[in-house]
Design a protein around this ligand. Sequence first.
Ligand SMILES: Cc1cc2nc3c(=O)[nH]c(=O)nc-3n(C[C@H](O)[C@H](O)[C@H](O)COP(=O)(O)OP(=O)(O)OC[C@H]3O[C@@H](n4cnc5c(N)ncnc54)[C@H](O)[C@@H]3O)c2cc1C
Length: 609
Amino acid sequence: MLNIKEIQTIEHDVVVVGAGGAGIRAAIECANRGMNTGMISKSLLGKAHTVMAEGGMAAALGNVDSRDNWKIHFRDTMRGGKFLNQWRMAEHHAKEAPERVRELEDMGAVFDRTKDGLINQRNFGGHRYPRLAHVGDRTGLEMIRTLQDFCIHQGIATHMECIALDVLKTKGKVSGLVAYWRETGRFVIFKTKAIIFATGGAGRAWSVTSNSWEYTGDGLGMAYRAGAELLDLEFTQFHPTGMIWPPSVKGILVTEGVRGEGGILLNNKNERFMFNYIPEKFAAETADTIEEAERWLNGDREARRPPELLTRDVVAKAIMKEVKAGRGSKNGGAYLDIASRQSAEHIKKKLPSMYHQFKELAEVDITKEPMEVGPTLHYFMGGIKVDHDTQSTNIPGLYACGECAAGLHGANRLGGNSLSDLLVFGKRSGEYASQYCKDNQLEPANEQDIAEIIRKATDILNKEEGKNPFVIHEDLQKIMNNHVGIVREEKELIEGIKKIEDLKTDIAQVKAHPTSQYNPGWNAAIDLSNIIIASEAVAKSALLREESRGGHTRLDFPDETEKGLEYNVVIKQGDNGEMETQKEMRSAPPENLSKIALSSLQDLEGENE
Ligand SMILES: Cc1cc2nc3c(=O)[nH]c(=O)nc-3n(C[C@H](O)[C@H](O)[C@H](O)COP(=O)(O)OP(=O)(O)OC[C@H]3O[C@@H](n4cnc5c(N)ncnc54)[C@H](O)[C@@H]3O)c2cc1C
């Protein structure tokens, strides 16, 4: 019999699950507000997915182009998200990002500089002006390094290689969390009043992805099981430029910074094809001749931006269409050329990681020859549904921020808006979770619930026979690639959902070698219970949204519809344990924000109120 009293127990006011940019920023805020704060992470501190971020963080600092301001950033974010974003979140983000970036600098981040010594900003897709504060193409590394150094001086308890299994609730409120140590396989109970999920996305559900091993949708799965709602999971971003050759590195990201620095996309006829794919909505603000695009690159403030810097959904689909029309690159993508556009010295200075990545992984010297690129699953716009001010979920005491939370990005995220999202909403979640802790008592956790969570995990070790978790994961990736990919249609989705259902039976029979110390098979088997929820939620939401918008493309419903703008897709676990999907009507946008989003650029330039 399991004796709960013998299990290690740790008490904190707040437990932050995840030590990426969002989690650490949230933990810093909690500690600043006097909370006894614990932060747990699947990997070692500093090794979260955020470390991989390359191009930069978007904030309307106006350092490189003084015409920029929060209203234009807000407008770009709404237009990029195809107006399905949560309006207030987009407002908070655009208004607060500059302060959060300066604060990061105060904590010690060393950004690239302008000639005048200000934080330098680079161009990126969908952003009207140079807006991404960056450190070469290693911005995520600098962000994590800074936050991590800062947080360990704030008295935050960091529990590394500690994997959260499930939330504990008492009287409907958060009362704790059960986790296990990766090294020993031993369980640990966290007693806590509030939990902030900052666990990132679930990109590992696809085989071609830029995402790291941690992205198995744990926060989504745990929140769902705890009764929280998920929002807009159909919007999964396929980044247009992942590596496509050699096969062993397929999916690894090629930063949008390459195009920001002047890189162009070419087909096998050496044509700059993006000029043929400018959507009507963006036509007025996009160069329609090579001559104008070149003037823009050379700094002409009157010239419009090149079409290579259109939003990611547009560029990814354009590459797919070129390939389908027989104009793809040798290995089925497009050519991305920076070599003929910038000097070797400039490329090595501004894109050092890209230079090394191609040299070492593909034996391509990007200062001399073009790269081959194609779409890769990159980001979850959807996630845990949160309040637009506080980041709280519908479960008292449960909060979410960063990539695992939904709302800011709508149907499509602009590059650079994630890193600033982490800072803005990491801070906000910490602020409101702390307030919640001050107003609420710690409730005792139910021992039966703890035992049940542990039993579920150990069952995997105690089977005589069963299925291999790695094989199941691969099967899932095939299903998601084939049925819930960059373009979708009803028949494929229905078949995919059926296959996901069947896979649940396999997951119920999953088995790992019966030792719990550093057992990757056991770890992977546990992850399956979350990634399957994320995958099912994506597929079911994708079936419900009968239109194409942003990161969600339906062959059978190829256009955006007026109706599609009226609702969000909400998912929750029904009383019978089945996944329920419904359309939730959106309320009318705040008038002042709607006016800004629909204003012309000229109306907004130079406005800072
Ligand atoms: C290659 C690449 C380049 C990118 N470049 C940019 C860019 O230039 N600009 C930009 O804005 N965005 C960029 N992005 C996106 C951005 O990096 C991510 O969206 C962002 O870093 C997510 O941060 P996060 O804090 O939400 O999660 P993460 O940084 O992924 O952190 C998640 C944390 O949760 C932990 N965790 C997960 N599950 C559990 C569990 N069960 N128990 C305990 N801990 C758990 C993990 O260990 C980790 O610590 C890029 C993404 C990639 C892949």
